[in-house]
Structure formats: structure tokens, C-alpha cells
Design a protein. Structure first.
Length: 324
């Protein structure tokens, strides 16, 4: 197993350099129709993933999230727990699996964007790859509109859906897809829980159609592994927000591809599980009622996927999975 070497470059400088290289190289290979491997993100690489920041839920949420952001900034060069060799490399970015805000209001979205930034230019030193959840407002609200606007400038992104919401890119030899609330063509009224609501936050905005086209055109028969992330999961609470039929449709789209892992939020608890043979990770929440929450650190090597729970200063549950 490779050992990550400490970097001398400042984390923000490294991330901005990677973003420039990604934009210069994030094009499709004309011979295969799939995305070229992103320059500057060779194996191994590291990223962070979090969820349920809920800006606006209570007066202390900004300070709790700020503490988590500061901890993320301090993370490079931190030794991994015993099961993993080496130290944490500079993360290529932070993925966020929805519920950025409490109610999708403009001031909540502005607080999120001001704190997190987009390219490592604000409090967080790394690029941000967020998606919306059920708390993030209607289809024409400020959160979805804000994500559409940010997707035009998001570092390294190589494919964006026609509606501007869903997107994909490549790090190393892995294809990433952001599917926002959940992968479906359209909201299914048979949903066990969300039919109690009439607001348009329920709409997945044709995310599964985007995924189907994206994997066909950008991955194809290349054998490249795929990481997917979205808000609702497969646990007892997540399942009632989308239907068995929707999950069957989702599986029919991805079953012929090599899905390395699925990450989701919504349940606010760290969970390691699997769904139809695919590793699944619920990434918890960055804030709790009484203080900062948790997130995950993910390291991808040539032969392994390392997923580790992280709090402000401590490691938690760890998974080390073979890639092939």
C-alpha cells in the first residue's frame, strides 16, 4: 500500500493549481468518448465528503460548521488510523450530499456559499461539489438556482445536465457523479413519506436520465470505476423518501458499470453498509444540536478504497475495501 508523502505547498495553492490543470485537461477522449483522466489527480488521491449542514436551522449552526471547516483545513499531514499507512494528503475537494440549508431561503444559501466558497477561496481551502437535499427548497428556489450558477465555474467538471443541476467529472481513474436529492426520472407519488408534502422540493429533476446518459457517454465500456453521491439513502429513514420502483430503475441503469461506492446523507448518522453488493456510506452531518458533527475522509489508491469517519480531531469507523 502506498504511503502519502507530506506536501510543502500550502493547501490552497495546491488546490488552485489542481483546479487550473483540471480545467485545461477536463475534456473527452475523442477515441473513446469517455473523459480523460484529470491531470494533477493521479493515484492515490484524497477527498472529503459531508452532509446536512443545515444553515439556518439554529443560531449556532454557523459556528459549528465553521469548526468543522477549520478542522478540514488542518487535516493534511494528519496520520491515518492504524489500518491505513501514511498521512492525509491535501484533499482534491469536499463533496456535500445535500441539505445545505434548513428551508432553502436565500439568506441560508448565501450563508452556505459565503462560508464554503467554490474553489477554495473562502473559509474552506478546497473546491466544493455540493448537491441539494429535501431541505433545500423548490425547483425555482435560490439553492437550485445557485447550484446551476456554480456549475458553470466548478473546478474540473466535464459534464453538466441540460437543466444545469447534475454534473460529473474524473479524479484519477474514477468517474464521479453528483445526483443531488436522489436518482430518479421524476418524483413517484407512491413514495411512502414525501407524498405528505406538496412542495416541489420532491422533484429529482431527471437525475437518473442524466446518469444514464453520462455513464453511457463518459464511461461506456472503459471499465472505469464510478463513485455516486446523493441525499437519500437505503437505510430505514432514507428508503421512505423514494420508492422500490425508483431504486429498481436506478439499479437497472448502473448494474453494467463498476460502481466503487455510493455516498449519501439525510439520516445524520455515520453508517457503513451495502446495497445489492455495492458499498454504501452515510456520511453523517457536520452539525448537531449541541455541537460540531462528523464527516468522512476518502482515499483512493490503485488497489484500495479507504473510507474513514472523522470528527474535529478524532478518527472513527474505518473501511478498507479492495478496488477490483
Amino acid at each position: 500500500m502506498s504511503t502519502i508523502q507530506a506536501r510543502t505547498r500550502h493547501p490552497r495553492e495546491t488546490v488552485l493549481l489542481l483546479a487550473i490543470l483540471s480545467l485545461l485537461s477536463g475534456c473527452s477522449d475523442p477515441t473513446t468518448g469517455t473523459d480523460a483522466v484529470t491531470a494533477g489527480s493521479e493515484l492515490p488521491f484524497t477527498f472529503l465528503i459531508a452532509s446536512d449542514m443545515h444553515y439556518g436551522v439554529h443560531d449556532s449552526v454557523i459556528s459549528f460548521n465553521q469548526e468543522i471547516i477549520e478542522a478540514m483545513n488542518r487535516l493534511p499531514d494528519t496520520p491515518y488510523p492504524d489500518r491505513i499507512d501514511g498521512v492525509v494528503d491535501v484533499p482534491l475537494g469536499l463533496l456535500i450530499t445535500g441539505d445545505l440549508t434548513e428551508d432553502g431561503h436565500a439568506d441560508e444559501w448565501e450563508a452556505f456559499a459565503a462560508e464554503l466558497g467554490l474553489e477554495g477561496e473562502r473559509a474552506l481551502r478546497y473546491p466544493v461539489y455540493e448537491g441539494f437535499g429535501n431541505h433545500d427548497g423548490p425547483v425555482d428556489g435560490p439553492v437550485r438556482s445557485g447550484i446551476q450558477a456554480r456549475n458553470a465555474n466548478r473546478p474540473g467538471v466535464t459534464n453538466v445536465s441540460e437543466n444545469g443541476l447534475h454534473y460529473s467529472w474524473v479524479w484519477g481513474d474514477v468517474h464521479f457523479v453528483s445526483l443531488n436529492s436522489y436518482p430518479s426520472y421524476a418524483w413517484d407519488p407512491e413514495c411512502e413519506w414525501c407524498h405528505y408534502f406538496t412542495r416541489s422540493f420532491r422533484e429529482p429533476e431527471e437525475s437518473l436520465q442524466f446518469l444514464e446518459e453520462d455513464l453511457r457517454e463518459r464511461v461506456g465500456d472503459s471499465g472505469r470505476q464510478v463513485i455516486l453521491y446523493f441525499h437519500y439513502g437505503f437505510d430505514d429513514w432514507g428508503r421512505v423518501w423514494w420508492t422500490d420502483a425508483e431504486r429498481d430503475d436506478f439499479h437497472s441503469v448502473i448494474e453494467k458499470y463498476d460502481v466503487l461506492a455510493i455516498f449519501h446523507g439525510h439520516s445524520h448518522n455515520i453508517q457503513f453498509s451495502d446495497w445489492r453488493g455495492i458499498p454504501v456510506f452515510c456520511v453523517g452531518s457536520t452539525q448537531k444540536t449541541d455541537g460540531p458533527g462528523r464527516y468522512m475522509v476518502v482515499r483512493v489508491t490503485a488497489d484500495s478504497l479507504h473510507v474513514v469517519e472523522r470528527s474535529l480531531s478524532d478518527w472513527g469507523e474505518t473501511a478498507v475495501l479492495p478496488r477490483r
